[in-house]
Design a protein around this ligand. Sequence first.
Ligand code: EPU
Length: 423
Amino acid sequence: MDSIIVNGGKELSGVIPIAGAKNACLTLMPATLLSEEPLTLTNAPRLSDIKTMTQLLESLGAEVTSMQDGQVQAMSCHGAINHVAEYDIVRKMRASNLVLGPLLAREGQAVVSLPGGCAIGARPMDIHTNGLEAMGATIELKDGYLHAKAPMGGLKGAVIDFPFASVGATENIMMAATLAKGTTVINNAAREPEIVDLADCLRKMGAQIEGDGSPSITIQGVDRLHGATHPVVTDRIELGTYMLAPAIAGGEVELLGGRINLIEAFCEKLDTAGISVTETERGLKVARKNGRLSAVDVVTEPFPGFPTDLQAQMMALLCTAEGTSVLEEKIFENRFMHAPELIRMGANIEVNGGTATVHGVNRLKGAPVMATDLRASVSLILAGLAAEGETRVSRVYHLDRGYEQVVRKFSGVDAQIERIKDE
Ligand code: EPU
């Protein structure tokens, strides 16, 4: 297991290129199961989660070729396919559950291991399975696996009202509905940019989808989908993470490929905290306005609200802001595991259920800390940039799941950071 060592206190300057979105790519890749013709994704991020999805698709019978150092994923699924997604792969990554809808649509059956909970919450799949059942599927849980079967003649269109705008359930139902008989309407659908990106790609493959990006998506089933080439949308969470680097450490950084409309709610909070974000021809430029950062309150919500995937990083920023900030986590029940680690660095944080109260301190101090999940890990690196002395973040394999070339990107803007192998 590797660690990352950060020496804080240095202002940052330069340019960081933002990759394609992990969470878009993880839903675009299973879309290959919907067609016998090749699907090619460009601008794919080079991440271990993408390798896990490749492994899963290969285990189902797809051929996956990675080119240009992993930035292009060419997938093809023309022959007979296996409909069993094994626990050994699914347990590594929850997003494996995104093969359920496509397999059921194409094969009429799917056996997919239930992913189980993870560090940030229980994360059940009832919204996915209730939606597929409304489309006529029968789903049973046996030996830890969901056994799903479509009715004779395939899935049928249905009107599905989600109790919560689940990202994964919207993606699974949208993919399943592309090949269903008739029209499916998803009400209270998720509106994240990754959903719009998936809909764009599916439309290129011949799907008939309207309303993506709004709370009601309508999908008219077609007989077959064809091949396509699609560029993965910019990773708004990687973007927001790196925007926080100059905000925390000082200096000015330009994020190539960044757009405000991907993270407007986040940019509004940065503005209140005392950080300026300006659009350039190539992306976004971020710097501190004058003076000390100000406290801000944050509530995480589905898009277009403040993203839960930026809550840990925002907390790292607010640790040294003037005043008291209240962060409410409304998406996951256990997503404050970075707080005790930040406290080890001198932060003053109280956690009470889904609410964290951060009383700003003048300075953080470097310390050995431990990463517990992807976004928590990167929040500790950000905190390290502002801290006095050395911060050693261990268990950084979490980072490799979602941040490509993290050390190279931070050192490219003059951060003092290195990755070392633990003895
Ligand atoms: N939920 C249910 N039942 C369901 C589905 C979801 O109760 O059937 C609950 C979850 O337990 C959670 C909430 O609804 O409390 C939100 O879950 P959602 O389904 O929206 O999330 P997801 O699809 O599992 C994706 C991202 C997450 C991101 C969330 C929220 C991918 C691969 N993952 O997860 O990304 O936090 O949406 O925006 O797209 C990350 O990248 O670090 C990450 C965790």
